[in-house]
Design a protein around this ligand. Structure first.
Ligand code: TXA
Ligand code: MG
Length: 310
């Protein structure tokens, strides 16, 4: 059921049930992060492999202190600068975090989301929420409550409707597993903004089927259709319009225009809705123009590369 009743959501979560939550990035499929049986039902609902750990969502740094053994200075600086917001930090886990949350790894992903409903929900709970994106494993992430209902409606006990996600792409993940911070996934906060705060970082954006950011499989964020990328929007006009659903930006008539003014934030916001519409359409194939490769455009292009892998 879709609704906005936070007391219903709270009761269900306290009973170890699944609730879909709105965040500024994408919708999450949430359960009590401290109860292994609750967390297990997330993996089952998503059909997610057990090697792919979950992010724990908190509403205070006090929770981070309980969930981790150490908060390096640079991690603290990133929290001060970007939380609540689309940034996940990978930190050494404390014994309080069940192994199933981290897939047995010694590190846990933590994030403080910015959506007002989810912030309020977290402040009413006395436990943090483990939540991956609320989509079947390897499919496009949901950016509206209806997206969640369409695919997981029968597996989730309640969906909190917080409107369309304002960022539209997942959080940036920064790992503190070694002394040098490493970006594991491009997302809502761009590399330049992070480096302004903590200096240069390494990149470890995985592109294989045995990834170190375990969930970052080569093929991900994918529709069920063959998906082709082009470098410039005008190239989309060369495709046969009867067979191919085109997604572009700027000037030009496409089946979906991510942003007529080439605003990268708007393109990110609309990307997953566009992919879902392409999947639903009668056309057999999908063609998309990659984004300008700056700022959040790098996160958009990361998702497009994974969506187009066969
Ligand atoms: O914006 C987001 O991050 C959304 C919202 C719901 O918060 N969540 C999200 O979760 O995108 P998910 O599970 O779809 O992607 C989380 C990614 C996966 O690639 C996972 O492998 C990685 O984070 N991850 C989580 N914990 C990790 C850990 N301890 N070490 C390395 N990677 C980790
Ligand atoms: Mg996901």
């Amino acid at each position: 059921m879709i609704g906005t009743d936070l007391s219903v959501a709270k009761q269900l979560l306290e009973a170890d049930k699944l609730v879909a939550i709105p965040t500024e990035t994408v919708y999450g499929l949430a359960a009590n992060a401290l109860h292994p049986t609750a967390v297990l039902s997330i993996y089952k609902a998503k059909n997610r492999p057990s090697f792919d750990p979950l992010i724990v969502h908190v509403n205070s740094v006090d929770w981070v202190k309980k969930l981790t053994l150490d908060i390096p200075k640079k991690a603290q600086e990133l929290m001060d600068s970007f939380w609540p917001g689309p940034l996940t930090l990978i930190l050494p886990k404390s014994a309080m975090v069940p192994d199933i949350v981290t897939s047995g790894l010694g590190f846990v992903g933590v994030r403080m989301p910015r959506h007002p409903l989810t912030k309020e929900l977290l402040s009413n709970l006395d436990f943090p929420l483990a939540a991956p994106s609320a989509n079947p494993f390897s499919y496009v992430s949901p950016t509206t409550a209806q997206h969640v209902e369409d695919q997981l409606g029968n597996k989730v006990d309640y969906i909190i409707d917080g409107g369309p996600c304002v960022v539209g792409l997942e959080s940036t993940i920064v790992s503190f597993e070694t002394d040098i911070p490493k970006i594991l996934r491009f997302g809502g906060i761009d590399q330049e903004a992070i480096e302004k705060v903590i200096g240069s970082v390494d990149l470890s954006i995985t592109n294989n089927s045995n990834p170190t950011a375990p969930g970052q499989l080569d093929k991900h964020y994918a529709t069920g259709k063959p998906t082709y990328l082009v470098n410039q929007p005008y190239e989309l006009l060369l495709f046969n319009q009867e067979d191919v659903f085109t997604i572009g930006y700027g000037e030009g008539l496409f089946d979906y225009n991510l942003s007529p003014t080439t605003d990268l934030d708007e393109m990110a916001q609309n990307l997953f809705t566009a992919l879902r519409l392409a999947d639903k359409s009668k056309r057999a194939d999908v063609a998309i123009s990659v984004a300008p490769h700056v700022g959040i455009g790098k996160a958009i292009n990361d998702r497009l590369n994974r969506a187009s892998k066969d």
